[in-house]
Design a protein around this ligand. Structure first.
Ligand code: HEM
Length: 220
């Protein structure tokens, strides 16, 4: 199949093999994912100068601290909304199953390659990250509301929300650094699944062997 038609197939179909490639994420999934990532990054970068003067210089990137204040809140709302859309789009593929019980995070983090033969389209770590996203999103969203309208809430609640919001931020920061590392440098060949939409057969066989067999029918 020609180059153009692989990209065309990846627009609205996924889990199909096309020559040496397998479509992993159709266009709508990729757009949703990058929408989540975009609003997350804006909220992160506008939140850091509000959080600490150490990052004050970052405010200039957005036109000053007063811009950061409203942009942080609205990008946070957009991030929350996009996260819900993402959950709706991927929920069917993210149910934990028997094979997930065998997932050993310590072994996985050694990056020796060669997953358990039962690992499907997503491994247990990815499913966990997926389910963590809406929960951690709700934590920062709900704790952010009293900080957005300080006059409407009492001092005690605002202080509690400040601590929770900051812990949420640190947690998200670590989680996203890990996620970006896993999606790029740690596992070469993964990033293109979120740009082009496809992975190679070899990548699928190595990282998601059951998914590879389901999609290609190849039992070897
Ligand atoms: C900004 C840089 C980001 C990069 C480079 C990145 C990269 C990727 C890649 C390559 C995948 C596909 C993994 C696969 O098919 O096996 C993926 C999946 C995913 N991404 Fe991102 N992502 C980024 C930001 C985010 C953010 C901010 C979120 C927020 C929740 C997020 C949530 C997810 C989820 C839930 C999945 C599916 C589960 C998983 O594969 O871990 N991503 N990402």
């Amino acid at each position: 199949m020609s180059e153009a038609s692989i990209v065309q197939v990846a627009r609205d179909k996924e889990n199909v093999a096309v020559g040496d490639e397998i479509v992993r994420h159709k266009l709508s999934s990729r757009l949703i994912h990058w929408g989540v990532a975009l609003f997350f990054m804006i909220a992160l970068l506008t939140g850091m100068p509000i959080w600490s003067p150490v990052f004050g210089w970052m405010a200039d990137l957005f036109g000053g601290l007063s811009v950061c204040r409203w942009l942080h809140a609205w990008s946070g709302i957009a991030f929350a909304a996009m996260t819900l859309v993402m959950v709706g789009a991927w929920i069917k593929e993210m149910h934990f199953d028997e094979s997930d019980k065998k997932f050993n995070v310590v072994e996985y983090m050694k990056f020796k390659g060669g997953e358990d033969p039962d690992v499907g389209k997503y491994n247990a770590g990815q499913k966990f990250f997926f389910w963590m996203a809406p929960v951690a999103m709700l934590v920062v969203l709900l704790s952010g509301i009293p900080l957005w309208w300080p006059t409407k809430f009492g001092w005690g609640l605002r202080q509690l929300c400040l601590v929770v919001h900051d812990i949420g931020f640190v947690f998200w920061f670590v989680a996203i650094v890990g996620h970006i590392y896993l999606g790029t440098a740690a596992e070469p060949g993964t990033f293109r699944s979120m740009t082009r939409g496809t992975v190679t057969r070899a990548w699928a066989k190595l990282h998601h062997p059951r998914w590879f067999r389901e999609v290609t029918g190849d039992r070897k």
